[in-house]
Design a protein around this ligand. Structure first.
Ligand code: ADP
Ligand code: MG
Ligand code: MG
Length: 252
C-alpha cells in the first residue's frame, strides 16, 4: 500500500530525512518510535504534502501511485489521512461544515454519491459519540479553543468519518489521560480491517498496549535504524534511546 524508498527531505535547507525506507501492506499497523527531533513528524508532513518540505531524493508511492507528485487534496482523496501532532484551529469554520466538505470531496473522488445532510449528520453524531465528545463540538469552530485531548479526539473523529485507507497518527496519545488514550485507541481499533493501514507515531509504549502493532520501527536521525515486532516497543521503554549513539545497524 505505502512504499517509501530512500526518502530524503529537507526543511529550511536543513536535512531531516536521510534515506528513509518503509513498506506497509494493507491491514498492517506500524508503530514509529524515536527520540525528539528524529524526523517523525517530518515524515508525516512530507507524505501528506505540507508546504516547505523539499524532497531531495527517493520517493513514496501509495497504491502504486507517486504520492509525492500529487497535490495535497489529491493525497487525501487517494486515501491518506494525517492526524496532526498539533492540530490546527480553524476559527469560524464549524467542525461539521469542515468535515462535510472533506467527506464530500473524498466520496466524489471515489465515485460515490454525496451523503445527504441528514445522513451526514447522523454519521457525524455517531463518530462524535464514539470519541466521547459532546455533540456541541460539531457546531464549534474546528479545534477552536479545544483542549489538547479534545483536539486529538477530534482528529480521530475526522478519521472515522473520512474512512481513509492509510492513517498516519502523529503522537495522538501525547498529553492524554488514560481514559482519553483508550478512546483514541478504541477509535483506531474500530477502524482496523484487512484493507486499512496505520502508521502510529508515539513516544510511549503504553499506547501500543491498546493498539497492537504488527511492526515497530525506530526512527533516528532521519532514518529507520531498527525494526521489530511489538516487543521492540517494550525494549525501548526499558532502555530509552541512548544505545542509538553507538548502534551499528549493519552489525546485526
Ligand atoms: P520529531 O517529530 O521526530 O520529534 P520533527 O520531524 O518534528 O521531529 O523534526 C525533525 C527536525 O527538523 C528537528 O530538529 C526540527 O527542529 C527540525 N525542523 C522541523 N521543522 C522545521 C522547520 N520548519 N524549520 C527548521 N527546522 C525544522
Ligand atoms: Mg516530538
Ligand atoms: Mg513530532
Amino acid at each position: 500500500m505505502l512504499k517509501v524508498d530512500n526518502l530524503k527531505a529537507k526543511v529550511e535547507e536543513k536535512d531531516i530525512l536521510k534515506g528513509l525506507s518503509l513498506e506497509i501492506n494493507p491491514g498492517e499497523v506500524h508503530a514509529i518510535m524515536g527520540p525528539n527531533g528524529a524526523g517523525k513528524s517530518t515524515l508525516g508532513y512530507v507524505l501528506s504534502g505540507k508546504d516547505g518540505y523539499e524532497v531531495t531524493e527517493g520517493g513514496a508511492t501509495l497504491n502504486g501511485e507517486d504520492l509525492l507528485d500529487m497535490e495535497i487534496e489529491d493525497r487525501a482523496r487517494a486515501g491518506l489521512f494525517l492526524a496532526f501532532q498539533y492540530p490546527v484551529e480553524i476559527p469560524g469554520v464549524s467542525n461539521l461544515e469542515f468535515m462535510k466538505a472533506a467527506v464530500d470531496s473524498v466520496r466524489e473522488s471515489r465515485g460515490e454519491e454525496a451523503l445527504s445532510s441528514a445522513d451526514f449528520l447522523k454519521a457525524a453524531k455517531a463518530a462524535c459519540k464514539q470519541v466521547n465528545l459532546p455533540l456541541e463540538f460539531l457546531k464549534r469552530g474546528v479545534n477552536e479553543g479545544f483542549s489538547g485531548g479534545e483536539k486529538k479526539r477530534n482528529e480521530i473523529m475526522q478519521m472515522i468519518l473520512l474512512q481513509p485507507t492509510l492513517c498516519i497518527l502523529d503522537e495522538s496519545d501525547s498529553g492524554l489521560d488514560i481514559d482519553a488514550l483508550k478512546v483514541v485507541a478504541e477509535g483506531v481499533n474500530s477502524q482496523r480491517d484487512d484493507k486499512r493501514s496505520f502508521v502510529v507515531v508515539t513516544h510511549y509504549q503504553r499506547l501500543l498496549d491498546y493498539i497492537k502493532p504488527d511492526f515497530v520501527h525506530v526512527l533516528s536521525d532521519g532514518k529507520i535504524v531498527k525494526s521489530g515486532d511489538a516487543s521492540l516497543a517494550h525494549e525501548l521503554e526499558a532502555e530509552g534511546y541512548a544505545w542509538l549513539e553507538t548502534y551499528d545497524r549493519n552489525a546485526e
